[in-house]
Design a protein around this ligand. Structure first.
Ligand code: CDP
Ligand code: CDP
Length: 229
């Protein structure tokens, strides 16, 4: 069983995919973490993210391991824990350039397919339903208004969660800045030549702007039940 969840930044993919993994006994696969790990490694080693050749050599040389531990998913690169390091604003700002390099994608897609060889997975990213697992039994394209996504991210940055505190607000200026960044990243991800962010033709679209995490998960559980029947 493969459940594919694609969508733009802040639409709730990670939160929903992790919850679905727990609900349905699937292995959680955060493909964005892989592109983030390559970006973090490039920044740490002083490699220019615009140098496609150098970045793709790096992607093939490093050992990226995603693990779903009891305390949440972890990311190690060459044995070093980079779980938090891959979520910095600097990585946010550079990851789309790295993810646009075809040879980088080739290396990451190979890792993703390998992870699904021995387990039932719920994988989230941008090209899961279109490129990585085109035969996935369940495909969801998760979206939400840009302002809702920016509010979620802004609250998240200060340790909050709009899922558990529906009235959580963020500093208006910070939220506007995050919204501009999200829109720019979505544009870069949607307009690149290789594996752009777009819904698979057979994906079910869910707009989570006015839905709770549980409501989104209930909808996906129904799709999984349908696929298992
Ligand atoms: O969590 P957030 O939605 O902000 O981002 P992410 O899922 O961690 O993905 C980070 C970046 O990796 C995206 O903006 C894409 O550039 C890239 N990515 C991709 O190209 N293909 C994927 N399957 C997943 C992520
Ligand atoms: O992975 P992606 O960038 O798509 O989003 P995320 O990292 O899961 O962040 C979404 C944030 O919005 C989390 O704090 C969620 O708890 C919250 N949220 C959600 O995911 N879905 C909703 N329907 C409502 C809130």
């Amino acid at each position: 069983m493969i459940v594919a969840i694609d969508g733009p930044a802040g639409s709730g993919k990670s939160t929903v995919a992790r919850a679905m993994a727990a609900r349905e006994g699937l292995t959680y696969l955060d493909t964005g973490a892989m592109y983030r790990a390559v970006t973090d490694a490039a920044l740490t080693r002083g490699i220019d993210v615009a140098d496609a050749q150098a970045v793709s050599e790096l992607a093939h040389a490093i050992d990226i391991v995603l693990d779903n531990g009891a305390d949440g998913p972890t990311v190690t690169v060459d044995g070093q824990d980079r779980t938090r390091a891959i979520r910095t604003p600097e990585v946010d700002a550079n990851v789309s350039a790295v993810a646009a390099v075809p040879a980088v994608r080739e290396a990451m897609v190979a890792l993703q397919r390998k992870a699904a060889e021995s387990a039932d997975v719920v994988a989230e990213g941008r090209d899961i339903g279109t490129v990585v697992f085109p035969a996935a039994e369940v495909k969801v394209f998760l979206s939400a208004d840009a302002s809702a996504r920016a509010r979620r991210r802004a609250v998240q940055r200060h340790g909050g969660d709009t899922a558990t505190d529906a009235n959580a607000t963020a500093n208006a200026e910070e939220q506007a800045k995050i919204e501009a960044e999200l829109i720019a990243r979505d544009k870069a991800d949607s307009t690149r030549e290789t594996a752009p962010l777009k819904p698979a033709e057979d994906a079910v679209r869910i707009d989570s702007t006015d839905l709770t995490v549980d409501e989104v998960c209930d909808a996906i559980s129904e799709l999984i039940a349908g696929a298992r029947a």
